[in-house]
Design a protein around this ligand. Structure first.
Ligand code: TEU
Length: 559
């Protein structure tokens, strides 16, 4: 029986996201692992977060770093054993952390037993995936995979194609087949019984496909087009959420957060609305997509604080009455936020703190990604052999090898925009390989690790790390931040992001200058006590104040 007070335990939490391969290697094989996470739990706890979200650690050929699952109920040997996972879950609970598991349900690996049986022509298992005949000797339709190239792969022995929204080693599961949903439910229950406290649902808004598989328009010269409107946020997704909620999420009192690319506000309110009983919160991407040409991460636009702010404030407004969103500035698919939304040179530390103060004082649930709390930056790689991500390799093949575009241009774009920026090893100290491993790291450590690392941050009261700790404790102490309404102000300053949070008379402001110039802004009426400041000198503020370059404060009204 779940006690009333235990329900909605997830409402005011903050989460720390771990990419296990890059977090901490406990056995010297060059890969981060489950026991490595366990060793670092005291560090994670010291941040003041309430839960960890651990990216996939299941048996996998690692074509997409574990997002290609070959067996949902066993652990890949590079990460350890399932006993280690269970010990990690226990240890999390012992020190008061919840454990959120990454659940990859849109696809399996092509090495999963189900797909292997399908390839062998077993009709039952062919129905677990989308196998279709070709059209005029070509793919069933012209959809592109998220990682580039066609979304269909031909299987000569069956003379059929199968759909893969992502990598060709990630065939999409057919959620129109009830047996597939039953299988997923039993796997989810298996983990719930083992003690996981919640699921991060990977690409779950892609579960319903337009089964007529229509061709889409393609930009001039390209062979494949972006079919997302035929597979993202379609109606059956709600039905799936409701069934999973009824049979797994509610009975086990689990927290759920689903990735929902391309979702509009109505859809997010549907998924996460209080009375809908679907999922608890949505993890949308708009706030990270505003600095690129439509759908093309490798066509970056210069950072524009106003565009960032408009997007943030729009979502705060849309979800002010109902629905809940994840708040994040980085993850394992994204460039490092300090390099992206600020200045990672002279002002690196100030900007890392400012980004956090901008995002995590909003309404929603903070998700802090490993390394962000010490201000880790984008990569400094010089050769394609340094990279590890399949998306990078596909794009490199297409642009440099096939089209002959300059290699230097693409390496520099990868250092700015690729997913690998979020995946280089965690920088623990200034020892060899940043203290991440005693062996050969699976991916090269960023060359700046001697300066940017946890150990250095621990020694400095004014470090990014200590700012994060303070921020999380301030967030917890203020009802206005947890429950309040968000109202923007000082909108005339287009380089600033300033807002007020208000709840039962408590008023808090978050004020952030995203420019390298002094900027005057007017605070709302009253006198404010400064609780957080990335210049560490202001104690109170009132009326018109001048913000220094990248200055950022959170302050609560005292009268
Ligand atoms: O990502 C799904 C997704 O739609 C994107 O974040 C995508 O990875 C990105 O746009 C490509 O540039 C999830 C995981 O977070 C990601 O790591 C996996 O590769 C993907 O699903 C497939 O499982």
């Amino acid at each position: 029986m779940i006690l009333e007070k235990e329900k909605n335990w997830w409402q005011n939490i903050s989460v720390y996201q771990i990419y296990p391969k890059s977090f901490y290697d406990s056995n010297g094989d060059g890969y981060g692992d489950i026991n490595g996470i366990r060793e670092k739990l005291p560090y994670i706890k010291s941040l003041g977060v309430d839960a960890v979200w651990v990216c996939p650690f299941f048996k996998s050929p690692q074509a997409d770093n574990g997002y290609d699952v070959a067996d949902y109920c066993s652990t890949d040997p590079i990460f350890g054993r399932t006993e280690d996972v269970l010990a990690l879950i226990d240890e999390c609970h012992n020190i008061g952390l919840k454990f959120i598991m990454d659940f990859v349900g849109n696809h399996t690996s092509d090495e999963h037993e189900w797909f292997q049986k399908a390839l062998a022509g077993d009709e039952k298992y062919m129905e677990y995936y989308y196998f279709r005949d070709g059209k005029n000797g070509k793919e069933p339709c012209n959809w592109a995979s998220v990682f580039g190239g066609s979304a269909w792969e031909y299987v000569p022995s069956l003379d059929k194609y199968y759909l893969h929204t992502f990598h060709k080693k990630q065939p999409d599961l057919n959620w129109n087949n009830k047996e597939v949903v039953d299988e997923i439910i039993s796997v989810m229950k298996w983990w719930a019984e083992k003690g996981v406290d919640g699921f991060r649902l990977d690409a779950f808004n892609y579960l319903d496909k337009d089964l007529s598989f229509p061709d889409v328009e393609v930009p001039g010269g390209e062979k494949y087009g972006f079919g997302s409107r035929h597979y993202a946020c379609r109606p059956l997704v709600n039905d799936h959420y409701r069934r999973l909620n009824r049979e797994v999420f509610e009975p086990y009192n689990l927290m759920t957060v689903a990735e929902v690319a391309y979702a509009g506000a109505d859809t997010v309110r549907e998924y996460t609305g209080k009375d809908r009983r679907e999922i608890n919160m949505a993890y949308m991407f708009d706030m990270l997509d505003f600095d690129q040409e439509m759908f093309d991460k490798f066509s970056p636009l210069p950072f524009n604080a106003k565009a960032f702010r408009d997007c943030i404030f729009n979502w705060q407004k849309e979800l002010s009455d109902d629905g809940r969103m994840a708040l994040f500035i980085s993850n394992h698919d994204q460039p490092r936020s300090v390099s992206r939304f600020g200045n990672d040179g002279e002002y690196r530390e100030k900007c890392a703190m400012m980004n956090a103060n901008t995002m995590y004082m909003l309404s929603g649930t903070p998700y802090i990604f490993e390394g962000e709390e010490i201000g880790m930056t984008n990569l400094d790689y010089t050769d394609i052999s340094d990279f590890r991500d399949v998306e990078v390799f596909n794009v490199y093949e297409e642009k440099v090898i096939k089209k002959g575009e300059p290699k230097e241009k693409w390496i520099s774009l990868f250092n700015r925009r690729s997913r690998d920026n979020g995946r280089s090893p965690m920088q623990w100290n200034s020892n060899e390989n940043s203290g991440f491993t005693k062996g050969e790291p699976w991916m090269r450590v960023n060359g700046n690790y001697k300066t940017i690392n946890v150990e250095n941050c621990e020694k400095d009261e004014k470090s990014v790390l200590n700012f994060y700790r303070k921020l999380l404790s301030v967030r917890k102490s203020l009802k206005s931040i947890q429950y309040g309404k968000t109202t923007p102000f000082a909108l005339e300053n287009e380089g600033c992001i300033c807002y007020l949070r208000e709840y039962e008379g408590e008023i808090t402001v978050s004020v952030n200058n995203f420019t390298d110039k002094n900027t005057a802004i007017s605070l709302p009426k009253g006198r404010f006590e400064v609780l957080l400041s990335n210049y560490f000198d202001k104690t109170s503020a009132e009326g018109e104040i001048t913000l220094r370059p990248y200055e950022s404060i959170t302050a609560v009204r005292t009268k």
